[in-house]
Design a protein around this ligand. Structure first.
Ligand code: ATP
Ligand code: MG
Length: 656
């Protein structure tokens, strides 16, 4: 085993084939069809993408070149003119979809709204006209700091309509984090709300924005547009702050879409900050529109009869690509939900599915683990029979959590699409196509057509089957990030200089370890930053965590390497327990034995710590870098702004 690869110890053999009735009706109907598309996409990538761009999207002017690749900088559909809000709205208005629900929205307190394509178009045009009235021109950046209400999507589409790049900042971020992001983007306008409802509390968004802007904190900001949501008392600064409902009433409903260059900046968005300081990822227009459109259509097998629900927040890439742009470009019905499962309403997600007859449900492993902990009685008490496809994204899903999702939520009939991708990739990279791909619990399966993924060592050589290594992409794709905002150098360093093939080829690497099995299926093994080195064996976090989670007592597990004189590093496991189990020394011993039985003595945890909760990003991912500090008895190092709940670490430290 070379120093530059990762060892794999977990073997998962279960296989689930799509049922024939599902496949017959699917957009991509068989594995053979997938393979044919894949072959085509690899033998003639430019022809493949050009054909889709032509048939799936509307352009104001055709491109003269499909791809201009000056590594690591790519341009797609060079000189093509397009507007993504046109593709998401206007083009549906001349069809029967005009009066189809574009957005179904459910508020946390139980209020709801439905916007048809015609209504959404009208709202977007009006907001775009208000932006113009407030001095926003093509190229000016707009900050969006919103709760999960339709106006968040309306603001994004309004930006796209007039060519003003948006930078959405998740509504759970603090004033400090908001300020840093608005400064970086040099936003001219910020769209916010008085507040939002989150887990039975009112989140004071406008107050946080006031704090971020105080003492001329973000000098570029000239105006603030405030949507009324909670009706709490807020401060409105004369001349700077404007109520949306007041300007809305007088705004014209006509706003022609700005013809944008395919490579014009569409948005800036920061990564989750799981491994360090977030990166300001830049996405442009044409390629992003195409890739999010086609991945939604094929990986979710989208049909006009679907009610599609992605539970992410619009503040993350998942919300951008798979609540707003991908579904709307397809003319789908996209459900938006303001609430979140909480002690007072642990079954709220299942209520929403039952109420609207949701057919496609897309969520994250962190949520699935939380549902498991809350108990099966909640989903079991609802009618979930409308569901036909389940999706997951954000972290590797432990096979046992996958099985629970499959059985309890999917009733053993819904294919699970485990989508591996990143803020940087814009859309799904490795994912099943539900009518075509047999699934294996814990594997994101195969690359999407057009994506050449591989597992390599540090010199870029492919490693063998079932050997872990670095997950890379070997050819540009339409929705790849174009750069780090205002920092080409960081872009180059972060993504293109880790793996250096001798032949000088550029490989895209964004930090994950993986292995490819004998069937060509990819298994994400966790972040390479988190790889442990136990007695010379380099082991990823995912497999040890999955072994722990497969014990009935364990709800969630995070493992890190702790410096050890003998072994170099020792496995240190943080574990949260299922509701009915109590921490004890005996249980620790049992869990250690369980890991040995599941994957071998090499991974036996030297120490197990029970915790009430694990440190997570605001997007719900376990942050291991702090646990590593904690296990080694060191002070915490690195960016803490993206952490959801700082008290989790204090509690872990107290209990040390
Ligand atoms: P940062 O880059 O700032 O550390 P982040 O990587 O968490 O944060 P995102 O772009 O939100 O930021 O997340 C992408 C990462 O999430 C991937 O690199 C991968 O580690 C993980 N991920 C996403 N989907 C999956 C999946 N289906 N299976 C395994 N891991 C996944
Ligand atoms: Mg990342």
């Amino acid at each position: 085993m070379s120093e530059t690869t990762i060892e794999s110890i977990l073997q998962e053999k279960r296989l689930f084939a799509p049922c024939s009735e599902f496949s017959q009706n699917a957009n991509i109907k068989s594995f053979a069809e997938y393979q044919q598309l894949y072959e085509q996409s690899i033998s003639d990538p430019e022809g493949f993408w050009a054909n889709l761009a032509e048939t799936e999207l509307d352009w104001f002017q055709k491109w003269d070149r499909v791809l201009d690749w000056q590594p690591p900088f790519a341009k797609w559909f060079v000189n093509g003119k397009i507007n993504i809000s046109y593709n998401c709205l206007d083009r549906h208005l001349t069809t029967w979809r005009k009066n189809k629900a574009a957005i179904i929205w459910e508020g946390e307190p139980g209020d709801s709204r439905t916007l048809t394509y015609a209504q959404l178009h009208r709202e977007v045009c009006q907001m775009a006209n208000v932006f113009k009235q407030l001095g926003v021109k093509k190229g000016d950046r707009v900050g969006i700091y919103m709760p999960m209400i339709p106006e968040a999507a309306i603001a994004m589409l309004a930006c796209a309509r007039i060519g003003a790049p948006h930078s959405v900042v998740f509504g759970g971020f603090s004033a400090e984090a908001l300020k840093a992001r608005l400064q970086d983007a040099e936003a001219k306008l910020v769209v916010t709300a008085d507040g939002g409802f989150r887990k039975d509390k009112v989140v004071p968004l406008k107050d946080a924005l006031d704090e971020a802007l105080s003492n001329n904190g973000v000098p570029s900001v000239e105006n603030v547009l405030v949507v009324q949501r909670t009706k709490q008392t807020i401060n409105m600064q004369e001349g700077r702050d404007h109520w949306w409902h007041e300007l809305h009433a007088q705004a014209s409903i006509n706003c022609p879409p700005e013809p944008m260059d395919s490579e014009d900046l569409l948005f800036i968005l920061y990564t989750s900050g799981t491994t360090g300081k977030p990166k300001g990822v830049v996405h442009t227009t044409g390629g992003y529109n195409l890739y999010t459109h086609i991945t939604t259509k094929w990986a979710f097998d989208l049909k006009d009869t679907d009610v599609y629900w992605c539970t992410a927040d619009v503040g993350w890439i998942t919300g951008h690509s798979y609540i707003v742009y991908g579904p709307l470009s397809n003319g789908a019905t996209s459900l938006m939900y303001e609430g979140a499962p909480r002690a007072s309403n642990p079954g709220c997600f299942w209520d929403v599915i039952e109420k609207y007859g949701v057919t496609i449900f897309y969520t994250a492993p962190t949520a699935i683990r939380a549902f498991i902990k809350m108990g099966d009685e909640h989903p079991n008490a609802r009618d979930l029979s409308s569901l036909r496809i389940l999706g997951t994204v954000g972290e590797p899903i432990n096979p046992e959590a996958w099985m629970w999702y499959h059985k309890v939520i999917g009733g053993e009939r819904c294919p699970i699409v485990d989508t591996w991708w990143q803020t940087e990739t814009g859309g799904f990279m490795i994912t099943p196509l539900p009518g075509a791909t047999s699934t294996k619990p814990g594997s994101a399966t195969r690359p999407f057509p057009g994506i050449i993924a591989d597992v390599v060592d540090l010199e870029g050589n492919s490693v063998g089957n079932n050997q872990g290594g670095y997950l890379v992409i070997k050819h540009p794709w339409p929705s790849m990030m174009r750069t780090v905002y205002k920092d080409d150098d960081r872009f180059r360093r972060t993504y293109w200089e880790h793996i250096l093939p001798k032949n000088g080829k550029y490989l895209y690497f964004a930090g994950d370890g993986a292995r490819k099995d004998e069937d060509g299926y990819f298994w994400i093994m966790g972040r390479v930053d988190d790889v442990m080195n136990i007695s010379g064996h380099r082991i990823g976090t995912m497999e040890v965590e999955s072994a722990l989670v497969s014990h009935p007592a364990v709800a969630e597990a995070a493992v890190v390497g702790r410096p050890d004189e003998l072994k170099g590093e020792d496995v240190y496991a943080f574990v949260t327990l299922e509701g009915s189990y109590q921490p004890s020394e005996a249980l620790k011993e049992e869990l250690k034995k369980h890991v040995v039985k599941e994957i071998g003595a090499i991974a036996r945890p030297g120490e197990i710590r029970f915790a009430d909760a694990l440190p997570k990003t605001r997007s719900g991912k376990i942050i291991r870098r702090f646990l590593r500090n904690l296990a080694a008895g060191q002070e915490l190092v690195g960016d803490i702004s993206t952490m959801e709940d700082l008290s989790v670490l204090d509690k872990l430290r107290e209990g040390a």
